[in-house]
Design a protein around this ligand. Structure first.
Ligand code: NAP
Length: 227
C-alpha cells in the first residue's frame, strides 16, 4: 500500500506517519509539507510543496497512491476566520481534487475533531467549517472518512505545532486522570498511535460508518491490525 500524509510534521500526522512506517503492508509513505521533514526511513519520501491550493505539480509523486491521511489543520483558537476556512476547507478541497483524479478509489481519512458539525446549522463556526470539509471528503470519495478525536494523548514525545492545538492538548492532559476515573476516557481521549492504527484500518478494510467519533476510533484501533 502507498500512503500520502499531509500534516506529518504535526502531532497527529506524526502518529499516522510512525504507524504507517511500521505497518508491514505499507510499502511507501509520501509526506507533503511546506518544509522538508526532519526524518529518514527507507519507506519515506518527503515532498516539499508550497502552494496548498494547487497540488497538480506533485501529481507524479502521487502515482499509485492508495490512501491519504489528512492531519493538516489548525485549531480555530487565535486564527482569523478567513484563514481558518482557507486552511480547513480550501486546502483540503484542492488536495481532494487532485487525488480523486489520480485514484477515485483512494481512501481519504480526514481528521476533523470532536464537536464537528456536519449539519451546517450549529452555533459554533469552527465546527461548521470542519463539518463542511468533512462532508466534502465524504461526498468526493466513496472511501472517504472523517475522524473526530477528542483530547489527544501524544506518543513519541510530540507536541502540537500550533498554539491552539497545544492549549487543547494541555487541557486533555490535566483532565485525563479524572476522565479515566469516571470511565469516560474511551469517549474523549485517544492516543496518536490509535489514530494512526484507525486510519490504517480504514485504508485496509473500510468501515460501515463514514464519520468516526472518539470511541469508535479507539475501538477500530484495537481491532486486528491486518486484514
Ligand atoms: N491536537 C488536538 O488536540 C486536536 C484534537 C482534535 C482535532 N484536532 C485537529 O487535527 C488536526 C491536526 O492537529 P495537530 O494537533 O496534529 O496539529 P499540529 O501539531 O499543530 O500540526 C498541524 C499540521 O498542519 C500543518 N499546517 C498548519 N497550518 C498550515 C498551513 N497554513 N499550511 C500548510 N500546512 C499547515 C502543519 O505544518 P507545518 O509543520 O508546516 O506548520 C502541521 O503539519 C487539526 O485540524 C486539528 O484541528 C486536533
Amino acid at each position: 500500500m502507498k500512503v500520502v500524509i499531509f500534516g506529518a510534521s504535526g502531532l497527529i500526522g506524526d502518529g499516522m506517519l510512525q504507524e504507517s512506517l511500521n505497518a508491514v503492508d505499507v510499502d511507501e509513505v509520501i509526506t507533503v509539507g511546506r518544509a522538508a521533514l526532519d526524518k529518514s526511513h527507507p519507506k519515506l519520501r518527503s515532498v516539499v510543496h508550497n502552494d496548498f491550493l494547487d497540488f497538480t505539480p506533485i501529481v507524479p509523486d502521487l502515482d499509485g497512491v492508495d490512501a491519504c491521511f489528512w492531519a493538516l489543520g489548525v485549531s480555530s483558537v487565535g486564527v482569523k476566520p478567513q484563514e481558518y476556512e482557507l486552511i480547513t476547507v480550501d486546502y483540503t478541497a484542492a488536495a481532494a481534487r487532485t487525488l480523486v483524479s489520480v485514484n477515485p478509489e483512494l481512501t481519504f481519512v480526514f481528521v476533523s475533531g470532536a464537536g464537528t458539525d456536519g449539519t451546517g446549522h450549529g452555533r459554533r463556526r469552527w465546527a461548521r467549517v470542519k463539518g463542511r470539509a468533512e462532508n466534502m471528503i465524504i461526498a468526493t470519495f466513496r472511501h472517504g472518512y472523517g475522524l473526530r478525536p477528542g483530547f489527544i494523548r501524544p506518543a513519541h514525545h510530540m507536541q502540537p505545532r500550533t498554539p491552539g492545538s497545544r492549549w487543547i492538548t494541555r487541557v486533555g492532559i490535566v483532565v485525563a486522570p479524572v476522565l479515566r476515573l469516571l470511565g469516560l476516557a474511551p469517549a474523549v481521549i485517544v492516543t496518536t498511535v490509535e489514530l494512526g492504527q484507525a486510519a490504517l484500518h480504514l485504508a485496509r478494510n473500510g468501515y460501515s460508518r463514514r464519520v468516526l467519533e472518539n470511541r469508535e476510533i479507539v475501538e477500530l484501533a484495537s481491532a486486528a491490525p491486518l486484514r
